[in-house]
Design a protein around this ligand. Structure first.
Ligand code: HEC
Ligand code: HEC
Length: 355
């Protein structure tokens, strides 16, 4: 008889432990509403971490957190201060400004279609996922300058966040932590999709290019032997207009001590010097100034850089070389780049400030 009691007690214990560990996930499935992301037909499918599926409540919580300065030490800066919807989630500055006007070291990249960037985040790709990336701006002294325990405490004691965390993840106030916060921020960022530019409509067959835009596209993708090649499409590949890998596009002289070494600063390997993640060109007309340090103010300057071939060096991609573009070709390239602007993104209410 005693033996049976013991077995029963062990079984009970097992059930309790299993429920306790999986409890959050079970509640999560019960309470939160799955969110069906509308993905552009031409894009490959976005992948989501198994422990962070998109839900309506999770995305909504993430949107609140993204726009809330509560995450910064002095409550003055939110993610959106440097990633503004009106500028395709950039900030229009060469170097972003964090708390107390502190200047950062690089330019804020656009967050459009960021959920598709599975090869790494940041200009040097040092971060492997949105969940991991979101840890950093909050504690970066040049950005939000806060500490995670402070952020967690503020949210646990907040009048409405505990209810939102419960709805999104089925967790109690005391369980709000860094992992759940970064999951919510990531869910929201995965909904920042941009695919309604004139270019997309031409591909769909519902709009048409002017002769100049068409010429620009042909040059961009090296699509005709009759026009000069520009090599742009090797790195800024369709449909994201980035192949998501790192490249050296020859903007700096090899060995210049003042330059940002990009991936080289991270690894210490000289062959990584000057390697930066290829940025998307979607909405490029809205995201000046250009490059990781905002050195070029206009697209004219950018195109002049590529036309000249930049600074040659052992790490520079063979696709960056002196081009034979006429003034007319350069203007056509810029006209094409201007067709990559998606104005619906700028007014999409599901992506805008909820406060
Ligand atoms: C003070 C300005 C600033 C704030 C605030 C800020 N960011 Fe950024 N963000 C940047 C800069 C600058 C970079 C590029 C840094 C680098 O690559 O070294 C960046 C990079 C990123 C990237 C990587 C983009 C890519 O193309 O790889 C993501 C994602 C991102 N930020 C999300 C966020 C989120 C989420 C928040 C809020 C928790 C936030 N940012 C707050 C300036 C800011
Ligand atoms: C070998 C790959 C490669 C080729 C070819 C290439 N780019 Fe780039 N492009 C990059 C990289 C890498 C960066 C970011 C470099 C940096 O910031 O240090 C970049 C940055 C840019 C930017 C700035 C984007 C931003 O958000 O700041 C524009 C605009 C641009 N390229 C347009 C073009 C055009 C137009 C062409 C063709 C004339 C072209 N690129 C060819 C790799 C390439």
């Amino acid at each position: 008889m005693k033996k049976w009691r013991l077995i029963f007690a062990i079984l009970l214990l097992l059930i309790v432990v299993t429920y306790w560990q999986g409890g959050a996930d079970m509640l999560h499935k019960k309470t939160a509403t799955p969110y069906e992301l509308e993905e552009p037909a031409l894009f490959f499918k976005m992948t989501h971490p198994a422990n962070n599926p998109l839900t309506a409540e999770g995305t909504e919580l993430g949107r609140h957190l993204f726009y809330d300065p509560i995450l910064s030490l002095d409550s003055s800066i939110s993610c959106s201060t440097c990633h503004l919807q009106a500028l395709a989630f950039t900030d229009g500055k060469a170097f972003s400004h964090g708390i107390y006007g502190r200047s950062g070291k690089r330019s804020a990249p656009s967050l459009v279609n960021i959920g598709y960037h599975y090869k790494g985040l940041f200009w040097d790709s040092r971060s492997s996922s949105l969940e991991e990336q979101a840890v950093h701006p909050i504690e970066d002294p040049l950005e939000m300058g806060n500490s995670w325990p402070t952020v967690v405490k503020r949210l646990q004691e907040h009048p409405f966040y505990p209810t939102m965390f419960k709805a999104a993840f089925g967790i109690k106030k005391d369980s709000i932590n860094q992992a759940w916060i970064t999951r919510a921020l990531s869910q929201f960022q995965r909904t920042i999709i941009s695919s309604d530019s004139k270019y997309d409509r031409v591909i769909e067959g519902t709009a048409s290019f002017t002769a100049e835009e068409h010429r620009g596209m042909t040059i961009f993708f090296d699509a005709s032997e009759e026009l000069p090649f520009s090599e742009c499409g090797h790195c800024h590949t369709d449909p994201l207009f980035t192949h998501l890998k790192l490249e050296n596009n020859g903007i700096d002289k090899e060995g210049d001590p003042n330059r940002d070494k990009g991936k080289g600063a991270l690894t210490g390997h000289s062959f990584d010097n000057g390697q930066f993640k290829v940025p998307t060109l979607r909405n490029i007309a809205l995201t000046a100034p250009y490059m990781h340090d905002g050195r070029f103010k206009t697209l004219n300057e950018v195109v002049d850089h590529y036309a000249s071939g930049g600074h040659p060096g052992p790490n520079v991609s063979p696709n960056v070389r002196p081009l034979t573009l006429s003034q007319k070709d350069k203007q056509a390239l810029i006209a094409f780049l201007n067709t990559l602007t998606d104005s619906t993104l700028l007014y999409n209410e599901t992506l805008s400030n909820p406060f």
